[in-house]
Design a protein around this ligand. Structure first.
Ligand SMILES: N[C@@H](CCC(=O)N[C@@H](CS)C(=O)NCC(=O)O)C(=O)O
Length: 222
């Protein structure tokens, strides 16, 4: 059988790209990463052609066929390369995983962005409280388990772990620590970041925090 041709249109600081990279690493799929150098100032023809609707990374190109939207991409990866499944086969467990995937996708990145784009103490405080409220439900559903799926690192863990690469920036600009509020979730972050598939896929947190500082300057926040 011919080898799969897998490419990932990506951007180094994108938490959505990082989660796809974790999924590819978990499945041990070889791929070529094609970095968009200037996602804000000029997108490549390849990206515009591959994702004309949203014009965003990540895009997975599998044998030149584009697959867009990170959660959709990870679902696709799990279907096409079924060994080491990321999702349970139980319908109820699957529905729970999809529920939390949707919650993470709707809430986490936008609540985090509200922190670093907030202006003035009051706005920062409100954004911080709202972000911690979002984490409260994740901490609650994780409970005493090692991973969201139970004993094995899976779909929900992968969706969230990419986004955690920006948490140090939220903590810096929101003036809080996840571990002071949700030690179990903080322990999950430490546990998941220790996995090779994660550590090799996530960008350096300091570099991301500096990048966020640069965005704040660009947006006239500081
Ligand atoms: N819902 C999308 C979000 C992707 C996204 O926000 N990508 C950003 C980089 S983090 C992007 O391409 N931004 C450029 C733009 O929106 O023009 C997903 O899950 O893939």
């Amino acid at each position: 059988m011919a080898k799969d041709d897998v490419k990932l249109l990506s951007m180094w600081a994108s938490p959505f790209c990082m989660r796809v990279k974790v999924a590819l690493a978990e499945k041990d799929i070889a791929y070529e990463e094609i970095l968009e150098e200037n996602i804000m100032g000029g997108k490549t023809e390849l990206l515009l052609k591959s994702n004309p609707v949203h014009q965003q990374v990540p895009v997975l190109l599998h044998d030149n066929k584009p697959i867009c939207e990170s959660t959709n991409i990870i679902t696709y990866i799990d279907e096409v390369w079924p060994s080491k499944p990321l999702m349970s086969t139980c319908a109820y467990e699957k529905s729970r995983a999809r529920f939390w995937a949707d919650y993470i996708d709707r809430k986490v990145h936008s609540a985090g962005k509200a922190i670093w784009t907030a202006k003035g103490e009051e706005e920062v405080e409100a954004a911080k409280t709202a972000f911690l409220d979002v984490l409260m439900f994740l901490d609650g559903t994780l409970g005493d388990k090692d991973y969201f799926n139970g004993e094995t690192f899976g779909f929900v863990d992968i969706l969230l772990v990419g986004l955690t690469s920006w948490f140090p920036a939220y903590e810096k600009y929101g003036g809080f620590k996840v571990e002071d509020n949700y030690p179990k979730l903080a322990a999950w972050i430490t546990r998941t970041h220790a996995r090779e598939t994660v550590s090799e896929s996530l960008a350096n947190p300091e570099k991301i925090t500096n990048f966020v500082g640069m965005l704040r300057q660009m947006f006239g926040i500081e």
